[in-house]
Design a protein around this ligand. Structure first.
Ligand code: F6R
Length: 246
């Protein structure tokens, strides 16, 4: 794993944004894997700004998001489709038909998972997959215990994950109990992975990722077996890593 440490969230966002822009400017047909949540928000704002300044175009890019809540449609402000439109898609020239997310309102959810996995196969591999990480080491919505062999599937959300995401909902009852997510094997099939991690709240998570063992109990640990992973961490998140790289 290549670890880049930066001062703060803002620097993490700019650094990550520059990596994506370089990728897209090198190959206009880049396939990007995208995440939602707090960690990539600043990066999306950075990409929108650079697009407005004429530094990058997404007109031939394809995007595939990691996950979506079951039962929330794209008009629901808590759906990930809404998040993506609000933070990125509405502000850049990515064609609507090139932006893919699993459909959490599909009548046949299992069929939707298979179709999503197929769609990724059809465009080839994801060139660069952006990830955040949950406190419990989840990537996408792959909670501890998820098989490293998993492909896109339906998940029951952990109580801790629902609690962590409750901040966006009016009440705990409104937090969905299920989601669709790319599996660990789907994520590992990407050619390159970029993990963003920021803030003191994630310091123990990062120490565990970098210094713990590889286990399905901590899903992100599998990233040690991927040949091309970059982690961009800010100082607060990096604080509890014992063997710091200089
Ligand atoms: C979101 C996703 C999740 C988040 C993780 C961290 O699409 O797949 O794995 O990346 O829950 O979320 P934040 O960035 O809000 O701490």
């Amino acid at each position: 794993m290549n670890i880049i440490t930066v001062k703060d969230y803002q620097e993490m966002s700019a650094r990550a944004g520059e990596l994506l822009i370089e990728k897209v400017n090198t190959d206009r047909k880049t396939v990007l894997g995208l995440a939602t949540g707090s960690n990539p928000e600043g990066m999306y704002a950075y990409l929108a700004k650079k697009y407005n300044e004429g530094n990058v175009s997404f007109s031939d890019v394809q995007t595939f998001n990691l996950d979506e809540y079951v039962g929330l449609d794209e008009e629901n402000p808590n759906s990930y489709k809404y998040y993506m439109k609000h933070h990125l898609f509405n502000h850049i020239d990515l064609p609507v038909q090139n932006a893919h997310l699993p459909n959490g309102t599909a009548a046949d959810l299992a069929g939707e998972c298979n179709a999503y996995e197929k769609k990724i196969e059809e465009v080839g591999k994801i060139d660069l997959q952006v990830l955040g990480i949950g406190l419990n080491g989840h990537i996408g919505f792959n909670e501890p215990g998820t098989s490293f062999q998993s492909r896109t599937h339906i998940v029951e959300l952990d109580a801790s994950t629902r609690q962590a995401n409750a901040r966006f909902f009016e009440s705990m009852d409104e937090v969905p109990t299920q989601a669709l997510t790319m599996g660990i094997a789907s994520i590992m099939s990407s050619k390159e992975i970029l993990l963003l991690i920021s803030g003191e709240g994630k310091a123990e998570t990062l120490a565990k990722l970098l210094e713990g063992s590889i286990s399905e109990d901590f899903p992100a640990s599998i990233l040690h077996e991927h040949p091309n992973v970059t982690v961009i961490a800010d100082e607060a998140a990096y604080a509890k890593v014992k063997n710091k790289q200089s």
